[in-house]
Write a protein that binds this ligand. Structure first.
Ligand SMILES: Cc1cc2nc3c(=O)[nH]c(=O)nc-3n(C[C@H](O)[C@H](O)[C@H](O)COP(=O)(O)O)c2cc1C
Length: 189
């Protein structure tokens, strides 16, 4: 697949079939993720993968309850309150797999490195016909001691990009992109 096809047609998928994603496929997505560049080639990432329905349910519910406990005035999560309180709310959208890209150090650019790995993973998934979506809403709870324990990661590591993966049941239409603000600070002579 042409890289432009993946870049321009990948969408945030939030509706999945019940088809499982094989461990081999997830491994190939992680292999694509680690081809990302990283500052001074630190490769400061590790990956936690959850596939059991019970584990995914626990993460989704814990993360939702944690967010609902953070609804004080001024919270950036206030806008999600109604959605989180709606019956049946599942912040993992019923996906059959979750890959959490975690930073292994507090190096100044570790989070950016993980984000680059995340985009590789999502484009590689698209090329395999799979759907993905970053789930930032899961991050606050996953960064709690209980969340890190569930992921099996050391306290010094930090979950940066949770990504759900599965066979798309529905692919949403493209979201519009605003025209970029570009300051051409000079031009060739
Ligand atoms: C860092 C990050 C966090 C996101 N968190 C969520 C989330 O918690 N839940 C969700 O449904 N979508 C989440 N998204 C998906 C975005 O809403 C989506 O990428 C955006 O609307 C653009 O749509 P597109 O990816 O189809 O182009 C997140 C995306 C990014 C990059």
């Amino acid at each position: 697949m042409e890289v432009a096809q993946a870049i321009y047609h990948r969408r945030a998928v939030r509706s999945f079939t019940a088809a499982p994603v094989t461990a081999e496929t997830l491994r190939s997505l992680i292999d694509a993720a680690i081809q990302a560049p990283s500052a001074i080639n630190e490769q400061p990432w590790r990956f936690a993968v959850a596939q059991r329905r019970e584990t995914l349910r626990r993460i989704a519910e814990s993360a939702r309850d944690h967010l609902l406990s953070l609804m004080q005035t001024g919270s950036p999560f206030l806008r999600f309150r109604d959605m989180l309180q709606a019956p049946g709310c599942d912040i993992l959208h019923g996906a059959p797999a979750l890959v959490v890209i975690c930073a292994t150090s507090a190096a100044p650019q570790a989070a950016e490195d993980c984000a680059l790995a995340a985009q590789n993973l999502m484009l590689a998934a698209y090329a395999l016909g799979l759907g993905t979506c970053c789930i930032g809403l899961a991050r606050p709870w996953l960064n709690q001691p209980e969340g890190k324990r569930l992921l099996g990661i050391p306290a010094v590591c930090a979950p940066i990009v949770p990504i759900i993966v599965g066979e798309p049941a529905l692919v949403p239409p493209a979201t519009e992109r605003r025209a970029p603000h570009i300051d051409w600070i000079d031009r060739p002579d």
